[in-house]
Design a protein around this ligand. Structure first.
Ligand SMILES: Cc1cc2nc3c(=O)[nH]c(=O)nc-3n(C[C@H](O)[C@H](O)[C@H](O)COP(=O)(O)OP(=O)(O)OC[C@H]3O[C@@H](n4cnc5c(N)ncnc54)[C@H](O)[C@@H]3O)c2cc1C
Ligand code: FES
Ligand code: FES
Length: 471
């Protein structure tokens, strides 16, 4: 039986576990503050806050309730706008009103919830982070500047918040009603669901793919939540390898200190993946298994030449991520097998990593073409390379021949020009809504060059690459 706290009330919905939180809130609890916009995770009108105990701490994240099944709410605190409303406006609601950040009001609840999530979380208080917190919310009326001013005001208020997530401060300053102070103890009192075998149940990670592709079917499907399995969300390093559980979310990865240490630009790279509420739900296993040719995390980990641990009952086997994709949406994964874990060799000090993505808009958009690389060097020489690219073939692509070609070569414009020609023989893009085949080939070349311009600014320049092309 799924049980959780909705605002200030314990609930045990007697509904199919695939029912979305959005439908439960609006149609069964008659809380109409949460709005229905796109039902595809794009608009943010349905944003709620989800509180869960992680290693003994109560943490809240914004999520889109239209893509979240009841199953994923088990043992958590789901907060709709009614759960933060008080007799007077909260400082966030007040700032939005005073800055003119609301007109028709349809999007306003979503902005309030996302900014409340920002006030509660541990992101540094600055206006850039406050504005990033509303990257999953769309407004048709205001033109955003007023909402950005409101967000900047909230970041100023957050500067007074004590280091540790302090619910006393949030309650005292009027961000939250007083009942939030007891939520941790109330969640601790919930018994964990018995560990059950997956059987014929459909695995759900964050649901951000399943609920976009098959919402009606999912509402009636028996689900097994990987997101709720803390053991599948761990990230650690052992014997020179990094191990990541299949249910780690994009945000788990983005905010992980070990990953940040290994990949200094990780936070910037991961910002290019969807939006804050989607990153809070989207798992790495879901990214691999949905087999999108442009899956960002797939492209990222292909360039680390990662390996997957696949499990079926008590048996496990390993498969390289680069061999996991057999044809369009066809995987080396048996029907009752699942992805348990991913691992890759910790890159040595002489290795440099980069990720690039081009889409029609910078945030909350899927890639036209994306690419990642890991380059090992000794002096001027490339001693090894891994390269990946998405959007250019039926499957996410590990660019084996170009990687092999680069090994042993000097880093200079002539070598890169030759490699940029070879790379074109490894891909077979088709024209689609994200661009013509010709445009995608051009993007691939540009992204390949971008890796080297970023990683080796002293060794290659735009001018030298242009000269190599013309000579
Ligand atoms: C608004 C929006 C924006 C998006 N933007 C991006 C983007 O910028 N970049 C990007 O890459 N993706 C994007 N996505 C796609 C999606 O969020 C990601 O692919 C995400 O990682 C999917 O993970 P999930 O846990 O939500 O998958 P789910 O929907 O839960 O599952 C997807 C599939 O994988 C299966 N599955 C999940 N975990 C496992 C496992 N461990 N073993 C076996 N099978 C499993 C499920 O059964 C299902 O078939 C976006 C989605 C939305 C809605
Ligand atoms: S209704 Fe648009 S994100 Fe959920
Ligand atoms: S105020 Fe109308 S959509 Fe934002």
């Amino acid at each position: 039986m799924v049980q959780f706290i909705l605002n200030n009330q314990e609930v045990q919905p007697k509904l199919a576990v695939g029912t979305t939180i959005l439908d439960f809130i609006r149609y069964h609890k008659h809380l109409k503050g949460t709005k229905i916009g796109c039902r595809e995770g794009d608009c943010g009108a349905c944003t709620v806050l989800v509180g869960e105990l992680i290693e003994g701490d109560l943490r809240y994240q914004s999520m889109t309730s239209c893509l979240m099944p009841l199953e994923n709410a088990h043992g958590k605190h789901i907060v709709s706008v009614e759960g933060i409303n008080q007799n007077t406006l909260s400082p966030i609601q007040q700032a939005i009103v005073e800055e003119g950040g609301t007109q028709c009001g349809f999007c306003t609840i979503g902005f309030v919830m996302s900014l409340t999530g920002f006030a509660m979380n541990s992101e540094t208080a600055n206006s850039e982070n406050a504005i990033a917190a509303i990257d999953g919310n769309i407004c048709r009326c205001t033109g955003y500047k007023s909402l950005e001013r409101a967000a900047a005001r909230i970041s100023e208020m957050k500067k007074g918040k004590p280091e540790a997530a302090d619910f006393n401060w949030l309650v005292q300053e009027g961000f939250l009603p007083a009942y939030f102070k007891d939520i941790k103890a109330r969640l601790e009192a919930f018994s964990a669901k018995d560990k059950i075998t997956i059987g014929t149940k459909k695995i759900v990670g964050g649901g951000t793919d399943l609920y976009v592709q098959r919402p009606e079917e999912m509402a009636k499907t028996e689900l097994h939540s990987f997101l709720n399995d803390a053991g599948l969300r761990t990230i650690n390093e052992q014997n020179g390898h990094v191990y990541i559980g299949a249910a780690a979310t994009a945000e788990d990865i983005r905010s992980n200190p070990l990953m940040q240490k290994i990949f200094p630009n990780l936070r910037e790279h991961m910002k290019l993946v969807s939006s804050t509420p989607i990153r809070n739900m989207a798992t790495i296993g879901g990214n691999f298994v949905n087999a999108s040719p442009i899956g960002d995390m797939t492209i990222f980990f292909l360039a680390l030449d990662a390996t997957l641990l696949l499990t079926k009952d008590d048996n496990s086997r390993i498969v390289k991520l680069r061999h996991f994709y057999k044809a369009y949406k066809q995987l080396d994964l048996e029907a009752d097998e699942h992805v348990e874990q991913l691992y890759f060799k910790t890159p040595p000090a002489n290795a440099l990593f980069n990720f690039e993505k081009v889409c029609k808009r910078t945030h909350l958009d899927i890639a036209s073409v994306n690419s990642a690389c890991l380059i090992f060097t000794k002096g001027d020489i490339i001693t090894g390379a891994h390269l990946s690219a998405g959007g250019l073939a039926a499957t996410p692509k590990y660019l084996a021949q170009t990687a092999l070609f680069l090994a042993g070569k000097q880093i200079n414009a002539e070598v890169l020009f030759a490699a940029s020609q070879l790379i074109q023989t490894e891909v077979s893009p088709i024209s689609d809504a994200r661009g013509s085949a010709e445009y995608k080939r051009l993007l691939l070349r540009q992204l390949f060059y971008a890796h080297f311009l970023k990683l080796f600014p002293g060794k290659v320049s735009l001018a030298s690459l242009t000269q190599a092309k013309n000579s």
